[in-house]
Design a protein around this ligand. Sequence first.
Ligand SMILES: [Zn+2]
Length: 371
Amino acid sequence: MLAGMVTYLCPQDGTRADTTTLTWCCPVCRGPWDLDYEPVGPLSLNSLTTRVNSLWRYEEALPLSSPATSLGEGRTPLVPLTGTVSAKLDFLMPTLSFKDRGAVMLAELARRLSPGRVVADSSGNAGTAVAAYCARAGLPCTVYVPEGTSPKKTEQIRAHGARLEIVPGGREATALAARTAADAPGTFYASHVFNPYFLHGTKTYVYEMWEELGGRLPDAIAVPVGNGTLLLGAALAITELHAQGLIDERPALIAVQAEAVSPLAAAFRAGADGLLDDPGTDGAATPTLAEGIAIPRPPRARQILAAVRESGGTFLTVTESRIREAQLDLAARGLYVETTGVACWAAVGDWVDRSVVVPLCGAGLKTGLAD
Ligand SMILES: [Zn+2]
């Protein structure tokens, strides 16, 4: 059953909808939904010892419970890289990326709504995760990806039995194609950007860190940011843990973008609340090795900028050569990570004065070694 008292809420204009709706965005402003939802909480560290060994152990904090679609996702290791920097190995997930945290929530929600089909759009990893969890849930699934997506990712999507639609043009054209398909009756849009259940899955990344560190968080949490799904999930978790008195200090959020596609970093530096006007609206024009965060117009831009500012954090950008070096450097330390997933290590590798956790978000085999 769905948890009680959960509704969709538009953060722009306050429009509400029941979470059984297939209307995937606010009908007034066409913006993404948030969830109006209070965690059932409070969690207690001691009570966790006997829980299921997956992200579903934080049941008081999740908007769904008793999942039929779980593949045992979550509980990834935290490994020291330097005296102050630790890596959380989220590439050790069922589909080899952190997106499983959110995809399992969307597939579980979709399973309960029994739509005619599920559609998703992705630069690769979110689509792969949705395809896998839809296979687990027995739901027909179509995934839209931009042309040029890594062949290993499209192979993985097909292997899970999803229909693959390769869209010419960049990530924006792909999103548009999926949104058009999502408007067809009986369709569940498993959007990691528009559906807030995804963010309530990615927030478990921080709950796990809190548990592993014995009820505290590092000084800073670095996250790669394209559509901001991990960053906004992390911000949710920090807010919830703080509101329940489970942490005293709120960590700074260090948002990392590839210099080649860095609309959020540019807006942050300009002191803007939202994206700056930019005629170059499609990421296809500026290729980057960090394909997973090459998002020129993220729909949740305002929320991302506000979350980073409220945390006392900042934006960092990394060059293509720095990404290449970081991938080789991590591999030399025994960790083979995809090019998007090394961005945070590339940005904070020299971090010395405060503790920071970087996510290694996707497996190296998904993209291969940058040349
Ligand atoms: Zn709205």
